[in-house]
Design a protein around this ligand. Sequence first.
Ligand code: GCU
Length: 430
Amino acid sequence: MKIALIVSCLLMVSLTGRGQQQAANRPTLVAGIPVNYAEDSVGNYTLPDLLTCADGQRVTDAKTWTQKRRPELLKLVEDIQFGKMPQGPRKIRYNVFDKGTPAFNNKAIRKQVRIYLTDDTTSHQVNVVIYLPGALKQPAPMLLSISFAAYNQTIADSGLYVGNIWSREGKLVRADKPTPFGKMNVEQFMDAGIGYATLYYGDIEPDFKDGIKYGIRTTYLKAGQTDVAPDEWGAISAWAWGMSRVMDYFETDKQIDAKRIAIQGASRLGKTVLWAGIHDPRFKVVVASVSGEGGAALSRRNFGETVAHITDPTRYLYQFAQNYNSYAKQLDRLPFDGHALVALMAPRPLLLQTGSTDYWSDPKGEFLSAVAATPVYALFGEKGPQTNTLPAPGDTSQLLNHLGYFMHEGGHGVLPTDWPQIITYLKKYL
Ligand code: GCU
């Protein structure tokens, strides 16, 4: 039942670009908790000050931010919201089972890699497809996208390995049926001289309440431990950790410029890439699409989904550190907000991509978060939004800031028309 709910919610998301544009994401009662969509009922709130350290010291330079304030905020976000993840894998091995095959009329060279996250080669394997621009003579910068579907379902290329995905019933099944997620146009990246790679998040851990039993986290439980501790990794941390393992592989591949890797994901995977980018500074650029609550949106702004909704145990608590739920009814005690997640990326480039009618995710809350994080980027001489007013749908005036913001006209997801904007951003910052 819960899995069915998750899947039906995923159906509304266009992940690869061609899916349905959702009319208006506006549920009014979720987990028995009313949802506010009225600007005049948002309430007054004061955001925790990003530029004051826990001991009261003011942050006025990049060095104090980097050496003192950032680490203390990072630890809070880790312990409270996403949960601590292990340093790296105990052992990691790669099987490059497709070593370089021309694809898309020679526009691309395709590679396929299987990453074994444990000693057991029969489970916990992550499949990654990589397209390198065929014309590129030097190591390729890449966009690594984390997806809700197996890559053979989202890319029209007959040479792809057919992966497995988790069914509605929580079973691993062959990914040989079409998905509602549409197809990714890989060639647009090749044309821009940017490589494209993607993986299925369920290869790391399935996305349902007891998914831990089947996912990577279970292999790190200590003897006798049946669940993670309240400050340990939820599923989002697990997915983020998995992305770092793909980065481990990139660092071994001479055809890839591992210093120029951008990551992208939408919705819960928008939260995932934000956290992955914060946590693993090897990622140069992050594109967080419709990340919403628990992502870039401000939690203290009572609009759309709230911490109470997202951490309700009947909904998505398994995606977070269990500690997060203890702030559901006392948000004023949360020592950070969405603006801290945005600021923790500084000074690296971050693009927030949202949708104007995605009310549940609160695109305005994401914009205000970027505005509030701008002083941190400014410590490094970098720019965030140049206005306090939410740009109109389709307005690209705030796209190309170091801390960029772009809101399409429409709902929850990534539209085909968003990709050219994202590529323009990547060409500037990657
Ligand atoms: C739900 C959830 C959101 C999440 C979204 C998604 O709507 O409440 O926080 O972003 O699913 O992943 O599509």
